[in-house]
Design a protein around this ligand. Sequence first.
Ligand SMILES: Nc1ncnc2c1ncn2[C@@H]1O[C@H](COP(=O)(O)OP(=O)(O)O)[C@@H](O)[C@H]1O
Ligand SMILES: [Mg+2]
Length: 232
Amino acid sequence: MTEPVFFHMAGIHKVYPMGDEQVHVLKDVNLDLEKGDYLSVLGPSGSGKTTLMNIIGCLDTASAGEYVLEGYDIGEMDEVELARIRSREIGFIFQNSQLLPRLNALKNVELPLIYAGVSPRERRQRAREMLEKVGLSRRMEHYPNQLSGGQQQRVAIARAMVGNPAILLADEPTGALDQKTGRQVMDLFQALNREGRTIIMITHDMNIAACARRTVHIVDGVLTERAGEAHG
Ligand SMILES: Nc1ncnc2c1ncn2[C@@H]1O[C@H](COP(=O)(O)OP(=O)(O)O)[C@@H](O)[C@H]1O
Ligand SMILES: [Mg+2]
């Protein structure tokens, strides 16, 4: 038996209608990934990064083109199926950690498992393991406002990983952090990738993009991968 296609995008376009006009935001995007890849998508503000992230993350669908994730033809899915695939296959990490302020770190990490119907005992254990993995074993009872920005972002990474998604999808994950803390988050991503996590990281920062193993550039909705641009 052959494995289902992990990640394949071909001829992806995104067009937004704006009154009588059409805004053509993504233009013929082609991208293939394998399990265990660590890709950065580098582009300036307004280039289409978030639009692409929303399509990759099954928050939105393309206007044209093919997107297959874990064997699912995403373009053919309705809202309900998209939501299910999104919750199972994608772990989102945003610029601001977006933790729930009234829940401690452990409960924040448990939350996706509550929605997934995992038993209290198992989800407690898995959340603990994830917080240990991101180096927060001594901060589990802390509330978000009792954590530094970098620690909050690590809780968000633990939360993104706890459901064991196919892809960790990060949009400007260091955008709200100082340089040193951002560097620590990049070290964590590298460690997680070495353990086999597949990561897609979206950024406008060259130095951050260079932390990935592979970089694609997006300019004015056009995605290119320059030959030989692998960071080893
Ligand atoms: N819902 C929308 N309707 C119309 N235009 C949009 C919409 N979302 C984004 N755009 C336009 O698409 C372009 C790319 O936006 P975006 O993907 O947010 O870029 P980035 O994340 O790289 O800054 C921008 O010119 C933006 O104005
Ligand atoms: Mg953006």
